[in-house]
Ligand binder design. Structure first.
Ligand code: ADP
Ligand code: TPW
Length: 582
């Protein structure tokens, strides 16, 4: 460590040496098990990226901070360690901010570390290079925000950021590091002493026994119980307990998008193919790490069997969540179970004991009947081979490829490209499917691909709408630079939702359409990756198989019928223009 004999291995300093802000930041991260930084260099953090790399940290440099930020956020979800995104001041910080907000909204642990300009000048608004009061701007979008002004406080600053990101309900944390901090020097031994290795950063939170009893009493009395697994359940990494709970109770379950694969989607208790039947019919619903937000129609209305758009459907809810404030946010929660999912699931399992009666056969049989009808209908659709290819015939191929490679990561964004993939492509293992999340944002694609490849070491398949891909498409260079085993399939229907809109005045292209017949595959070729242009399912299959076999960065431009999509995919009801057209 230290500036005397740089670039010596950090941590091996003699007592007389000094250290500086750069090294203290790096040492504090390493001390806490952080091994990867996603970011983009520039003043004042260029040297931090160099020194971090020299010190053995993996530094993944992107072409745009937003993508680095999304990578950090999903790395946090996948690893339960805060994903680190490092940016320069003002514009770089703002580019990273989107991902910080995304991490907070999705409950992913992430730390956005941004260099900043001189405090004294910023506060007097004297016009410093890239001047901005970043801390104030980050605060409302982050779970917590801190600034470190003195080298001796770096240890505390990083410890606080880590705790804030991963404890309780995880979220995005902002850490402001002014340029001057990095060059501050201090005695190396004192510097070492100032660092904190965080003990038990995400402490278990045991549920109260009476809350467990209340939940079990409700569940036991149910005639049509349902378990709903959300991405909090996937994040918790309590996979064995969750599976045991589902199987021991015999209760049908529905996985939210990123909880798919916690149990294989082909599990006999999986009710995904009967979703619109089970939600309104269920009498007691056990929510595990899933919020009753818009993705679940706020727990009311027609989706849940309510008579009007906002009417209660009559269900009783049990909600397992680490946040004590989550219950009652949309409808009454009859049995809130506050604690970490691992502990709550263990407590429920223990309480269930041996004498558990499985749900009535009428309920499970009715679900099985709906399921088999819907699955047969889907099989029929997937078997068709229309010309040109449509979402279904392309995704039938993806479904087979994922089945044959169940440990591959699946990244997914778009509108139709998202909705159809979610319902057609079965997942078999936990935390393999990562997508647009709570906000339904476009742009997570390539950042997620990089992070998924780097953190999992497994092949990555990205199913992208052509519009969605465009938000982060330049990062194909990053995929090539790090030679990551990522196979991108762009479902190319020439536009947002579809490619058939026209400007009624005849002057310009319609706002939703792109250049016809665009060759996204050439973009990958530009950087030395593999580009493939396909128009049929069999070509798509061959290209995907080869991509997975070779492990080379590959972009498959899959030409889809440009009339195939619907506006806003499955959320047409939220789109005032589409709803009006109906
Ligand atoms: P989905 O979009 O899949 O429905 P949400 O993001 O709405 O899932 O919900 C995730 C929920 O999981 C959040 O309310 C969050 O507080 C909770 N959560 C996250 N991690 C844990 C954990 N380890 N234990 C308990 N609850 C958790
Ligand atoms: C950051 C609005 C939702 S879906 C979508 C947009 C622009 C693209 C749909 O077209 P795509 O998929 O990707 O080609 P497909 O299969 O339907 O043809 N900006 C942000 N987030 C969102 N959600 C939007 C805009 C949107």
């Amino acid at each position: 460590m230290g500036i005397v004999n740089e670039p010596a291995v950090t941590g091996a300093a003699a007592e007389t040496e000094t250290t500086d802000g750069f090294h203290l930041v790096i040492d504090a991260l390493k001390l806490n098990g952080i091994d990867t930084i996603f970011g983009l260099p520039g003043i004042p953090i260029t040297d931090l990226t160099r020194k971090a790399q020299a010190a053995g940290l993996r530094v993944i440099a992107f072409r745009h901070e937003q993508n680095a930020g999304y990578a950090a956020s999903i790395a946090g979800f996948l690893t339960r360690k805060p994903g680190i995104c490092l940016t320069v001041s003002a514009p770089g910080f703002l580019n990273g901010l989107n991902a910080l907000a995304h991490a907070t909204v999705n409950c992913f642990p992430m730390i956005l570390i941004s260099g900043s300009s001189e405090r004294e000048i910023v506060d007097l608004q004297q016009g410093d290079y890239e001047e901005m009061d970043q801390l104030a701007i980050a605060k409302p979008l982050a779970k917590a925000a801190f600034r470190v002004l003195h080298a001796e406080d770096i240890g505390v600053g990083i410890a606080r950021a880590i705790r804030a990101a991963v404890s309780g309900r995880p979220g995005g944390v902002y850490l402001d590091l002014p340029a001057k901090l990095f060059s501050q020097s201090m005695d190396a031994a004192a510097g070492r002493d100032s660092l904190i290795q965080v003990v038990d950063p995400a402490p278990r939170q045991l549920p109260a026994p009476e809350a467990v009893r209340r939940a079990l009493d409700l569940l036991k009395g149910a005639k049509k119980p349902l378990i709903l697994l959300g991405k909090g359940a996937a994040y918790a990494q309590a996979d064995t307990g969750i599976r045991a709970l589902v199987e021991k109770t015999g209760i049908p379950y529905l996985p939210m998008s990123m909880a798919k694969g916690l149990l294989p989607d082909t599990h006999e208790q999986c009710a995904s193919a009967a979703r619109s039947f089970v939600l309104p019919e269920a009498d007691v619903v056990l929510l595990v790490g899933a919020r009753l937000n818009w993705l679940l129609s706020h727990g009311k209305g027609k989706t849940w069997g309510g008579k009007g758009p906002k009417a209660w459907g009559g269900q009783k809810f049990i909600q397992v969540d680490i946040s004590p404030q989550e219950a009652d946010s949309n409808v009454r929660i009859d049995a809130p179970l506050v604690g970490d999912i691992g502990s709550c699931v263990s407590a429920l399992l223990e309480g269930i004991g041996e004498g558990w009666t499985k749900p009535p056969a009428e309920w499970t049989a009715a679900i099985a009947e709906r399921k088999s009808k819907n699955i047969a209908k889907m099989a029929e659709t997937l078997a068709k081979d229309p010309v040109p290819m449509n979402f279904h015939s392309a995704l039938g191929v993806v479904r087979d490829i994922v089945k044959a490679n169940p440990d591959a990561m699946l990244v997914n964004e778009g509108a139709n490209a998202l909705d159809f993939t979610r319902s057609i492509v079965d997942m078999y293992q936990p935390r393999k499917r990562i997508d647009v999340g709570t906000w339904g944002i476009m742009g997570i694609g390539m950042g997620y691909c990089v992070a998924a490849a780097v953190t999992s070491g497994k092949p990555v398949i990205a199913i992208e709408g052509d519009s969605a891909f465009g938000f982060s498409g330049m990062e194909v260079e990053t995929l090539c630079r790090y030679d990551l085993p990522v196979c991108i399939v762009v479902l190319n229907n020439n536009g947002v939702y579809k490619g058939t809109d026209v400007d009624p005045t005849g002057r310009d292209p319609a706002p939703t359409v792109f250049v016809k017949g665009a060759r996204y595959d050439k973009l990958m070729e530009a950087f030395g990756g593999v580009g493939v242009h396909v128009t049929t399912p069999s070509e798509l299959r061959a290209a995907m198989e080869e991509a997975i076999r070779s492990g080379r960065p590959t972009l498959i431009n899959a030409v889809i019928d440009e009339t195939a999509g619907t506006e806003s995919g499955r959320i047409t009801s939220l789109n005032p223009s589409a709803a009006k057209k109906k």
